[in-house]
Design a protein around this ligand. Sequence first.
Ligand code: NAI
Length: 341
Amino acid sequence: MEKIKVGIVGLGRLGKVHAKNLAENVQGCQLVAACSVVQEELAYAVTELGVEETYKKYEEMVKSPSIDAVFIVSPSGFHCEQIRLAMENGKHVFSEKPIGLDLAEIKETTQVIESHPEQVFMLGFMRRYDDSYQYAKQLVDSGALGELTLMRCYSIDPSSGMESFVKFAGASDSGGIFMDMSIHDIDLVRWFMKKEVDRVWAIGKNAAYPELDEVGELETGAAMMQLENQAMAILVAGRNCHHGYHVETELIGTKGMLRVAAAPEKNLVTVMNKQGVVRACSQDFPERFREAFINEAKEFIACIREKRQPEVTAYDGLQSTKVALACKESFETNQLITIET
Ligand code: NAI
């Protein structure tokens, strides 16, 4: 069977992970093109991943007849424009989260996507493709927890990643902590609860890293949310986790509760020594979500082959972004924000 030919834009912290997966870990596709503004990254794609075409300009890559699909892993502010160009040039599109940073632009992009229903569009909410979250979702959907009343979500990046984050945030707009980090939790809340978020209140504080003030970023942010059925969600996002990469989710229902990764354990090994009983932790997102990144790429390629659309849609991107923007507004104005439906 003909392989699906893919071009990737962005070969940074996450782009390299996706590029390697597409080149080595996902059957039925071939990574043939790469676009980056950094020459060394393009050289890496050629020598390490066997990429045949390299581009400094996305507008050129997206017109290449050699590619069937694009993987967008550029900074968030470029996603909408790059999605539009790919759709208009007849390519299937995988875009990293968030779908965009500006609501009006996202709405226009969603229309462009909807006007090309024969092309696959998928958004990178990879947690939905993680084994533990899928297991939890099956339990919740089977009614094992009863009716969900509250979710508590932690997404805290490792303090060891601070230098690379400050570089990332200095080079381009991340959208802020709620857009950049909490958006995954917002998607989980909508996915598990099957309800939209109605109202949010968000607060934050910078303590350990004054350099974050200089790039307009928060070290720790917290948000409290009410959903349309009065269910609740409490989100904590941070950039200062000393034990590694802490992503934890708790679901509380009328008949029980569950936690995904109550401690962010690296694997099943327990060491007993002078420090006590020690469990190593996942250190970063490529490690914790290694399989999920591969699974979502496999799903994207399968959707193209089977001519169907994935579960994660542009609408999920729009709705999650509305909530993240409301959190930002709440933090900036210190007001409770009601979200437009
Ligand atoms: P990064 O800053 O490490 O890399 C950005 C890449 O985009 C670089 O290769 C750069 O050369 C390229 N680039 C920048 N401007 C460009 C342009 N005009 N044309 C073509 N290429 C351009 O960023 P990082 O951390 O890899 O993030 C990229 C995206 O992935 C962001 O949207 C971010 O939100 C998302 N992300 C998602 C994660 C997840 O958990 N799903 C984790 C980390 C990032």
